[in-house]
Design a protein around this ligand. Structure first.
Ligand SMILES: [Zn+2]
Length: 230
């Protein structure tokens, strides 16, 4: 990877300034209910990813690129299957925890399609899962282990839970959303991240004359190390 690719500054946008279609899809600031009826406010500040190449080149940590956390299929809203793509800024924190988890497992960690960020308009977004905040990952393989057995899912769930009280996992089971039998779900709850470079605005409406965005200063250490081969 060349240094020009890795030094790209991430653009942060206030989703209230995006066009009508994107605001309808991303629902910034709206309240949604989780499976237990508790309300949570959807994120407002997003990274704008201009192209597939940029998604591949944007390394959030040494072993996780933006691309891996925005892999979606036709279940995602059509507009979000095109670039520019938008992902809540907390995805950076998820990547940090995934990097720690990878180290604790001592093996590569593979995210499923639709297993990272999903918009509130994604067909799998029945309720307020942390996937809508960019703070959850569905992992289908660790090293050479395909996570389809109770034994493997419980083993890696334990490693994830031992890592930090911030991490929540779903137990092994067959009810979608409540537990998992073909992947490991790990999340950080309804965490939001507001990069220091953006100025927060109390106006929850488009500011066409003065769009709210900022470029993150380069986090040198985050982008320094290239991905290793699996
Ligand atoms: Zn999940």
């Amino acid at each position: 990877m060349s240094s020009t690719e890795t030094s790209q500054a991430l653009k942060v946008v206030d989703a209230f300034d995006l066009d009508d279609e994107l605001r309808t899809i991303l629902k910034p600031g709206e309240m949604v209910r989780d499976s237990l009826g508790r309300r949570h406010r959807l994120p407002r500040y997003f990274y704008e990813i201009t192209s597939h190449e940029a998604a591949l080149a944007t390394r959030l940590t040494p072993h996780f690129a933006m691309n891996e956390l925005i892999l979606n299929d036709l279940k995602e809203a059509p507009r979000l299957q095109q670039y520019p793509r938008y992902v809540p800024c907390a995805v950076r924190i998820l990547a940090f925890y995934l990097e720690q988890f990878r180290a604790a497992c001592g093996a590569s960690v593979h995210i499923a399609v639709n297993g990272g960020y999903r918009s509130p308009s994604h067909k799998l977004a029945f309720d307020a899962t942390p996937h809508l905040w960019g703070t959850a990952a569905d992992i289908y393989r660790i090293g050479t282990s395909i996570l389809k057995t109770k034994e493997l899912i419980e083993k890696f769930n334990e490693i994830a839970e031992d890592l930090s009280d911030d991490i929540h996992v779903l137990p092994y089971g067959h009810t979608s959303g409540k537990n998992a039998d073909d992947h490991l779900h790990l999340d950080l709850g309804y965490m939001m991240h507001i990069p220091r470079e953006i100025s927060e605005d109390r106006m929850e409406q488009p500011q066409e004359s003065r769009p709210r965005f900022a470029f993150e200063e380069r986090r040198a250490r985050d982008r320094r190390a290239p991905a290793s081969e699996d």
